[in-house]
Design a binder for this molecule. Structure first.
Ligand SMILES: *[C@@H]1O[C@H](CO)[C@@H](O)[C@H](O)[C@H]1NC(C)=O
Ligand SMILES: *[C@@H]1O[C@H](CO)[C@@H](O)[C@H](O)[C@H]1NC(C)=O
Ligand SMILES: *[C@@H]1O[C@H](CO)[C@@H](O)[C@H](O)[C@H]1NC(C)=O
Ligand SMILES: *[C@@H]1O[C@H](CO)[C@@H](O)[C@H](O)[C@H]1NC(C)=O
Ligand SMILES: *[C@@H]1O[C@H](CO)[C@@H](O)[C@H](O)[C@H]1NC(C)=O
Length: 404
């Protein structure tokens, strides 16, 4: 059976439809919690690498390793539809597609970033209709400030972008007009202290005040050994911070005692829930668990309080099966799409894994990072997977994302 990767390596120019029956693996949900004994695996390998005493079960799992889609549910099958298409939509000689993944509906573009190998990283835009990519020339008062950009989110006509800075420019969060590229700083300091390294950014509209609030996850990146980013010293705790436009107030709203190293962020369509992931170093670097490792958790909070934007009632929804939860997007149905080392995982609102877009098969494993993928974008009926030098688009069986 030809794998998707081998097909792609011979057909990199034209979009093509793939015969689907051999690309979607179906694994009984029961295997996720009940297996024939004895069985073995480790946290640092995907679930589908699990070996069991039953050769039929083991080979069913291992065959999934070479499938683009791994389904655990009829709901995932219906998201895929009868003929999901994977196509290489853009590529670059440099690793350009790693983080961000903001869909800009008014221009039908995806904004994405990469700061890895070699720095400085940069912002790139994918025009969905033509599959063309280009680097915008930022203008305005803060055009030169977002150095080594990372997280991106579109909200009310502007793209918000985080950056890790460099040895002389401290990290920042800017807004960019997607028509003019006019760039303004939104947040660069907490009472005179520099940010650590804002990784992700998302916005909600308060159901109480009607004004937006901006959340960002700030952690001190230099400790992860990433060259060329703001060297510190670290002046504020790793935490989720929130800026409320209603009263122009910047506050830490989730402390490191609640979430050790906050990473991915997402708000649901109704502005009632905030999702936050934890990316402890051990999990980020694919090390085995022990009693001192952090928890690669995916948490959900209600948004409430007098400002309507206070995260409260923290619940642990899930942990990552391999690695940690990085980029997160919530679809029209409240399902949670997030990326772990196994791939883009689609979860129900209760955290149940419905299915996986297997990045190991779609992208391969030769990227410049421990993870095969860090982020992705959702636009209507398409999923865009960032594979460093390549972007793959998966045409889904139905529209899943119509809002931002
Ligand atoms: C299971 O154990 C066997 C024998 O020790 C080993 O070769 C194999 O790599 C293990 N499999 C996994 C997925 O850990
Ligand atoms: C898989 O499990 C079976 C039965 O426990 C064992 O005989 C075999 O060596 C295992 N294979 C690997 C690669 O771990
Ligand atoms: C999966 O693909 C790899 C690389 O193409 C191949 O070596 C391996 O045998 C395949 N595994 C299965 C179970 O088909
Ligand atoms: C940005 O500026 C460079 C240098 O002037 C130019 O070559 C490039 O086309 C510009 N990019 C865009 C997207 O306008
Ligand atoms: C536990 O894991 C942490 C993080 O990966 C590592 O630094 C430490 O050395 C490990 N401790 C033991 C006893 O293995």
């Amino acid at each position: 059976m030809k794998t998707l990767k081998s097909i792609l390596s011979t057909l990199t120019i034209l979009p093509f439809a793939t015969p689907q029956s051999n690309l979607a693996a179906h694994i009984p949900n029961e295997y996720t919690y009940l297996l024939p004994r004895p069985f073995n695996n480790t946290f640092t390998q995907p679930f589908v690498d699990t070996n069991t005493s039953n050769p039929t079960v083991s080979s069913q799992l291992s065959r999934a390793r070479n499938s683009s889609f791994i389904s655990y549910s009829p709901e995932f099958d219906s998201i895929l539809g009868p003929s999901p298409e994977v196509r290489l939509t853009a590529s670059s000689p440099h690793p350009f597609a790693f983080e961000g993944g903001a869909w800009v509906p008014e221009l039908n573009q995806i904004w994405f970033t990469a700061f890895l190998n070699p720095p400085p990283g940069y912002l790139t835009i994918l025009d969905i209709a033509t599959s063309k990519t280009f680097r915008p020339n930022l203008t305005g008062p803060a055009a030169d400030v977002p150095i080594n950009p990372n997280g991106a989110y579109y909200f009310d006509g502007l793209v918000y972008l985080t950056s890790f800075g460099d040895t002389t420019t401290s990290p920042t969060i800017v807004s960019i007009d997607p028509h003019t590229y006019e760039t303004r700083e939104v947040i660069n300091s907490f009472f005179g202290l520099p940010l650590n390294g804002p990784d992700d950014v998302t916005l909600a509209r308060s159901r109480t005040t009607g004004y937006p609030c901006l959340f960002y996850s700030d952690f001190f990146f230099a400790v992860e050994g990433l060259a060329g980013t703001w060297p510190g010293p670290q002046e504020v705790p790793n935490a989720v911070y929130r800026y409320t436009f209603a009263d122009e107030s910047l506050q830490m709203v989730i402390s490191p005692l609640d979430i050790q190293t906050p990473n991915g962020l997402a708000v649901n369509r109704d502005n009632t829930l905030l999702y936050v992931s934890d990316g402890p170093d051990s999990a980020v670097f694919g090390q085995p668990y022990n009693s001192t490792s952090g928890t690669p958790g995916l948490y959900v909070f209600d948004l409430g309080g007098v400002d309507g934007c206070t995260p409260m009632n923290k619940r642990l929804l899930s942990i990552a099966r391999q690695g940690f939860v990085n980029g997160i997007k919530i679809d029209d149905y409240g399902r949670i799409w997030e990326i772990e080392y196994e791939g883009v995982i689609v979860r129900s609102q209760t955290g149940k894994v419905l299915g996986v877009f297997n990045v190991v098969d779609i992208v391969g494993t030769d990227g410049p990072d421990v993870a095969t993928g860090a982020n992705f974008a959702l636009a209507k009926d398409e999923l865009f997977i960032f594979g460093f030098q390549k972007i793959y688009a998966v045409k889904l069986g139905k529209t899943v994302k119509t809002w931002y």
